[in-house]
Design a protein around this ligand. Structure first.
Ligand code: G2I
Length: 463
């Protein structure tokens, strides 16, 4: 080859290599939510309703996060200020804003010893137990179909080495209060994932971590409905990120529950803080069932412990080193995707049952603009399944079933048509790559239940 041709070839190859490098760099996600979504996960924040009118805050919220937790507005004292009289205005403002932003909602928290309204603080025994059940039923029913995951019970274990339950008025109603809370929440919102949430449960060898682990194991063994464990993960120099953090995540996941990092903040600054965030994010990405991370506020000044500057943005809304390391870790991370996430092959997703039938949603093929899902029904031969789609996502086609739609176009009802016990559908992302369909209910007849078999006269043809 003549030297000038060789030189030309080298120039062409170098240009091609540069183009590839530039293309790769340009493809890296530039926001926390988008990057997490690429890994089949979410990245969320606690949202303070009082800050929604702050334009810097609102801009960061809309740009970076695809999951929201109401920092205080869904707690018992906020939603039921006097007994059986409910006020959802502050919580709804957050739900509506986040939904408009294309983000989903973690519900926080249904049953907790803290932030109870005064009337509940003064109750005990059966009256308190009944009040708790009523609270969970009413709130979870009100938000049915809108909540990705509920913190059903928050902080029920004692700190220290005892491994015991925390003493509280709820605990004194009987040791079964936690499982009653979970069963009540499942009945009210079968489509939401139900989580136990706590702090100081990050170090695998701590007595508190082990005690929570045993409770979750017991619940799984006995069929108490629990889907996830939330590790709050509030870290500082007294409570540093433990070296065995990933072991904690994977150990809980091995029980058959999702793991979520629910209230992450890490006091500190500069490189040390950035490295701590990186290690937490990397640990989550390394565990298939670690399905999402939520930081407990946006700017340092929004934090419940602002003096520790524990968050990803400074008080002016600038990205900190911790933001960059978090985004880098998300972009670099994980060949491992969550079993319930969008980029996996067929795995068992959320299940819903009304007692007469059970509908199981299975994720299918995912393309750049859309994804498939299928639903299998058991326990009844004649059934009606209701599936909720998160706007702006839209179902573009269905098979083995002809749905009817509510006026919003987001709630799909499919009835059995005698041709099988499953149906499927394709959903367009329309810009929201993280939301997934939720099964709201499965109502059956003729599957060995005492209900009369009613074959719908409007049964759609098989298609
Ligand atoms: O303490 C940090 C978190 C620990 N895990 C459960 C979370 O629910 C908890 O969140 C914090 C909120 O970040 C604070 O904002 O929970 C605190 C109460 O337990 C919240 O503090 C309350 C103050 O106590 C109230 O005086 C204040 O009116 O915040 C309220 C609204 O700013």
């Amino acid at each position: 080859m003549r030297p000038q041709f060789l030189l030309g070839l080298i120039v062409v190859l170098l240009a091609a290599a540069t183009a590839v490098a530039v293309t790769t760099a340009a493809q890296a996600a530039t926001t926390l939510g988008a990057s997490a979504a690429e890994k089949g996960r979410y990245f969320g924040t606690a949202v303070a309703g009082g800050r929604l009118g702050d334009s810097t805050y609102a801009t960061l919220l809309a740009r970076e996060f695809n999951m929201c937790t109401a920092e205080n507005e869904m707690k018992w004292d906020a939603t039921e200020p006097s007994q059986n009289s409910f006020n959802y205005a502050s919580a709804d403002a957050i739900v509506n804003r986040c939904t408009q932003n294309g983000a989903r909602i973690r519900g926080h928290a249904l049953a907790w010893h803290s932030q109870q309204p005064g009337w509940a603080q003064n109750m005990s025994g059966t009256a308190l137990r009944n009040a708790m059940v009523n609270h969970i039923t009413k709130v979870a029913t009100y938000y049915r179909g809108k909540i990705h995951s509920w913190d059903v019970v928050n902080e029920a274990f004692a700190d220290g080495t005892s491994g015991a339950r925390r003493d509280s008025n709820l605990q004194r109603t009987g040791n079964d209060w936690i499982e009653v809370a979970f069963r009540t929440a499942r009945a009210a919102d079968p489509g939401a994932k139900l989580c136990y949430n706590d702090y100081n449960t990050d170090n695998w060898t701590d007595a508190k971590t082990q005690a929570v682990y045993r409770m979750v194991q017991d619940f799984k063994n006995r069929g108490v409905p629990i889907d996830c464990v939330g590790l709050q993960s509030h870290f500082n120099s007294q409570s540093p990120v433990p070296g065995n953090y990933q072991t904690t995540l994977s150990s809980f996941a091995a029980l058959g529950v999702d793991v979520q990092i629910t209230e992450l903040d890490i006091e500190g600054s500069g490189t040390a803080q950035a490295n701590n965030y990186r290690s937490v994010v990397t640990a989550c990405l390394n565990v298939a069932r670690c399905t999402g991370i939520t930081v407990w506020g946006i700017r340092d000044t929004d934090s419940w412990r602002a003096s520790g500057t524990p968050l990803l943005f400074d008080g002016s809304g600038n990205k900190k080193a911790a933001y960059n390391s978090t985004l880098d870790a998300l972009n670099a991370g994980g060949t491992t995707t969550p079993t319930t996430g969008p980029t996996t092959g067929p795995t068992t997703g959320p299940t819903s049952g009304s007692g007469t039938c059970t509908a199981t949603l299975t994720p299918g093929t995912v393309w750049g603009d859309r994804y498939n899902s299928s639903v299998t029904v058991s326990g009844a031969s004649t059934w009606t399944v209701v599936v909720v789609i998160t706007a702006p996502q839209k179902v573009s086609s269905t098979w083995s079933g002809t749905p009817t739609w509510d006026s919003s176009g987001n709630v799909m009802t499919v009835q059995s048509n005698g041709s099988g016990n499953s149906f499927g559908f394709t959903t367009m992302f329309n810009g929201n790559t993280s939301a997934r369909p939720q099964i709201r209910s499965c109502t059956g007849a003729g599957g060995g239940t005492t209900s009369p078999t009613v074959v719908p006269t409007t049964a759609p043809p098989s298609g």
